[in-house]
Design a binder for this molecule. Structure first.
Ligand SMILES: *[C@@H]1O[C@H](CO)[C@@H](O)[C@H](O)[C@H]1NC(C)=O
Ligand SMILES: *[C@@H]1O[C@H](CO)[C@@H](O)[C@H](O)[C@H]1NC(C)=O
Ligand SMILES: *[C@@H]1O[C@H](CO)[C@@H](O)[C@H](O)[C@H]1NC(C)=O
Ligand SMILES: *[C@@H]1O[C@H](CO)[C@@H](O)[C@H](O)[C@H]1NC(C)=O
Ligand SMILES: *[C@@H]1O[C@H](CO)[C@@H](O)[C@H](O)[C@H]1NC(C)=O
Ligand SMILES: *[C@@H]1O[C@H](CO)[C@@H](O)[C@H](O)[C@H]1NC(C)=O
Ligand SMILES: *[C@@H]1O[C@H](CO)[C@@H](O)[C@H](O)[C@H]1NC(C)=O
Ligand SMILES: *[C@@H]1O[C@H](CO)[C@@H](O)[C@H](O)[C@H]1NC(C)=O
Ligand SMILES: *[C@@H]1O[C@H](CO)[C@@H](O)[C@H](O)[C@H]1NC(C)=O
Ligand SMILES: *[C@@H]1O[C@H](CO)[C@@H](O)[C@H](O)[C@H]1NC(C)=O
Ligand SMILES: [Cu+2]
Length: 640
């Protein structure tokens, strides 16, 4: 019989009700969470109090947990007052319930302040997941928590004594709206992402994990960070990996793992027989992601396996050699699922960073930076009739691909950027067929045959693309819905590194019924729910009025020139602070101000020639030597 997990704190019982249904036959329960989303004060690194987004007055927010086969109801009340929100249940397939997936302007309208919304879905997959806001870069302000699905049929059940959930994350002292305003501005033309102030282990620091000798623990680890991948290790202990992103694997031994933002891993730790010593648990942020390394940044966080609370808690040993984490592409899924056959459709995406005419730095797949549509993409599916099979109706800047039911779809991602990017696909696990080393260049079809791919590829829902390298993924379109494919670095979501997969839209029209409260939040936020991406309901192929990104810069006018221009414009006022973003962050804090209205469509900056007034005198010399700096790939021309 399903029951509350013993580890669920009693204080949360009040918000959790469990109704048992059809107990005798299926053991499936309905697990109900009432989430009142409010501002609270948090200070997890002990360095600064700040407002954070909590649930029912608590932060960290509660864990969602259930058993395979359970129904989950999450009743959300947005009591933030000044921000819209939505919840995404990361990694869940939402099979038959794509409208419960959470990204605002994709499968729902954002929930405006004062409104409520019910998520209602059945879980048919075991494993380690998490849930987070999928509206306006909001989750790093605190709206992120683990989601654990227990499995009565877990093949590893006999192998451990106890189970522990542990998260890693990064933390900012400033709130996202202000950081985003600065990040996406002409004052930050190279697109330098704000660097976190701290790393956290279980949303705190100096975590103590009491353990008993000679026992085996299953750790379920989730990276809920906004930006930083983290290296994780336990001194004096090895890990045995058993699951990544909800996929059981053949056990694999590791002394260190790397978890990007959004990735999960569960592994066994067997404790030692003697209790004389305590051992550091270390998580270390991947500083290669950071454009600057502030002097006062401690990019590590330490916790301890505590065998004896009376013994000292030693400082971690410094790892001198290069980090050498386990390579997840070598994992073999426990179910031995073989390589999908040759693809019915291949989608090739080049990752490019470049500036647009507002002077800010955008992220592109090929020549498109994502801009949210006026009508949530799912609602366009439902109102487009047979035209739902024509990608045109979803608008240019949602970067839509229509997939047919049960197609094998191959995604090739080429990184023309020098950063790592963790790519996540909603609604699916993908097979990871191939990942190049750093700087291997773009994928060359001609050199690779089916025989070069593993017979049993690893599977997960988030995989890291290496700098200037490439990756080949495959999945089966067996889950009708509207699913995003995007980088999970929250800065890059906001700068547009996202595409939309519209899977079997005509099936969705037959099977889906959208509950009334979904339309109510659209009405409350003045978001239209019929028509194409532009909200046109008469001629769905007419996209006049669709949301568009800023126009491109005039030819030959790119990042380095902008740096020079902006720098010379601002230097009188700001000096060096214009480059060291963190020095500047305080000054932009005043401009924090996010429309309370619903919808995450980017506010479209006016298409003015932002720098026209100053460019003629200020930087003619620099303009001649302009090249695409941050894109690495060069030659990108944004469509307008
Ligand atoms: C939600 O939280 C707010 C702020 O704490 C409180 O004023 C409100 O009464 C709560 N609403 C419900 C339904 O619990
Ligand atoms: C959840 O969805 C099921 C199936 O559509 C429906 O029967 C049930 O009434 C819904 N529950 C709530 C609380 O919305
Ligand atoms: C992490 O924190 C949660 C509560 O937020 C707790 O349930 C869990 O046991 C903690 N994990 C460890 C390893 O201490
Ligand atoms: C961890 O594994 C490595 C290599 O497999 C081995 O050399 C080392 O002794 C192991 N450490 C422990 C604590 O078991
Ligand atoms: C702990 O003791 C048990 C039983 O004596 C033994 O089987 C096991 O290998 C020991 N574990 C370690 C890590 O030394
Ligand atoms: C973080 O840990 C790594 C690995 O031990 C070490 O090389 C580095 O110096 C540490 N950084 C700080 C700021 O302590
Ligand atoms: C997968 O293959 C291995 C042998 O390589 C076998 O031992 C195992 O039972 C298989 N697992 C399943 C779920 O079929
Ligand atoms: C791919 O093949 C071409 C010739 O067809 C060759 O020039 C190139 O070096 C090969 N690339 C790799 C990565 O092997
Ligand atoms: C979704 O459910 C259908 C049957 O209801 C099944 O055929 C399909 O494989 C499922 N897809 C996923 C991704 O679980
Ligand atoms: C929203 O309200 C919170 C709590 O009062 C405040 O800290 C925050 O700055 C406000 N944010 C915006 C974008 O207005
Ligand atoms: Cu990215």
């Amino acid at each position: 019989m399903a029951s509350l997990q013993p580890s669920r704190p009693a204080s949360r019982l009040a918000s959790v009700l469990i109704f048992l249904i059809s107990v005798a036959l299926t053991n499936a329960a309905t697990v109900v969470y009432d989430f009142n989303i409010t501002w609270v004060t948090a200070n997890p690194d002990g360095m600064a109090d700040r407002p954070a987004i909590g649930i029912n007055g608590e932060w960290p927010i509660p864990r969602i947990q259930a058993n395979v086969g359970d129904h989950i109801i999450v009743n959300v009340l947005n009591s933030l007052g000044n921000q819209s929100t939505s919840l995404h249940f990361h990694g869940l397939f939402m099979n038959g319930t794509t409208h419960m997936d959470g990204p605002s302007q994709t499968t729902q309208c954002a929930i405006p302040p004062g409104s409520s919304f019910t998520y209602n879905f059945t879980i048919n997959q075991p494993g380690t997941y998490w849930y987070h806001s999928h509206t306006k870069g909001q989750y790093p302000d605190g709206l992120r928590g683990p989601l654990i699905i227990h499995d009565p049929e877990n093949p590893f059940k006999g192998m451990y004594d106890e189970e522990l959930v542990m998260t890693v994350s990064d933390w900012y002292h400033d709130q996202m709206p202000g950081l985003l305003d600065f990040f996406m501005s002409k004052a930050n033309p190279t697109g330098a992402e704000p660097v976190p102030n701290s790393a956290l282990l279980n949303e705190t620091q100096n975590l103590k994990v009491s353990v008993e000798p000679g026992k085996t623990y299953l750790f379920r680890m989730v990276n809920m960070g906004a930006f930083a991948g983290q290296y994780i290790w336990f001194e004096g202990h090895n890990m045995t990996i058993l699951e990544v992103d909800g996929v059981y694997t053949h056990p694999a031994e590791a002394s260190m793992i790397y978890l990007s933002a959004a990735q999960r891993c569960s592994f066994l730790i067997t404790t030692r027989n003697d209790t004389t010593e305590n051992f550091p648990i270390v998580a270390s942020m991947d500083t290669t992601l950071f454009d600057v390394l502030p002097d006062d940044l401690n990019w590590n966080v330490t916790g301890w396996l505590v065998y004896d609370s009376a013994s000292p808690l030693p400082a971690p040993a410094v790892v001198y050699e290069d980090y050498d984490p386990f390579d997840d592409f070598t994992l073999v899924p426990w179910d031995n699922q073989t390589l999908y056959g040759e693809p019915d459709q291949t989608i090739s995406l080049d990752v490019i960073m470049d500036n647009l005419g507002d002077g800010a730095n955008y992220a592109f797949f090929n020549d498109i930076t994502y801009v949210a549509p006026k009508v949530p993409t799912l609602y366009t599916v439902l109102s487009a009739g047979d035209l739902a099979n024509d990608a045109t109706v979803y608008g240019t800047y949602t970067h839509p691909f229509v997939l047919e039911k049960d197609q094998v779809v191959q995604i090739i991602v080429n990184n023309l950027d020098s950063g790592r990017h963790p790519f996540h696909l909603h609604g699916h696990h993908f097979q990871g067929l191939l990942r190049s080393e750093d700087e291997a260049g773009t994928f060359q079809d001609a050199n690779v045959t089916e025989d070069d791919f593993p017979a049993i590829p690893m599977r997960r829902d988030t995989a890291v693309l290496l700098p200037d390298g490439h990756m080949v993924l495959r999945f089966k379109a067996n889950n009708p819905g509207v699913w995003l494919f995007h980088c999970h670095i929250e800065w890059h979501v906001q700068s547009g590194l996202m595409a939309t997969f519209v899977e079997a839209p005509l099936e969705l029209q037959k099977s889906l019924t959208i509950p009334k409260d979904h339309f109510d939040v659209c009405a409350a936020g003045n978001v239209p729910t019929t028509g194409n991406a532009a909200g046109n309901t008469v001629n769905l192929l007419d996209l006049t009025g669709q949301n568009v990104p800023p126009a491109p810069f005039p030819k030959g006018f790119t990042a380095r020139g902008i740096v020079a221009l902006v720098f010379s414009c601002l230097s009188g006022i700001l000096g060096v602070a214009a480059i060291a973003w963190y020095g500047f962050a305080g000054m932009v804090a005043d401009s924090e101000g996010q429309a309370a209205a619903a919808g995450n469509s980017k506010e479209l900056p006016p298409q003015q020639p932002v720098l026209a007034a100053s460019d003629s005198d200020d930087a003619p010399a620099q303009r001649d030597e302009i090249t695409a700096v941050s894109g690495g790939g060069g030659g990108k021309e944004a469509a307008a």
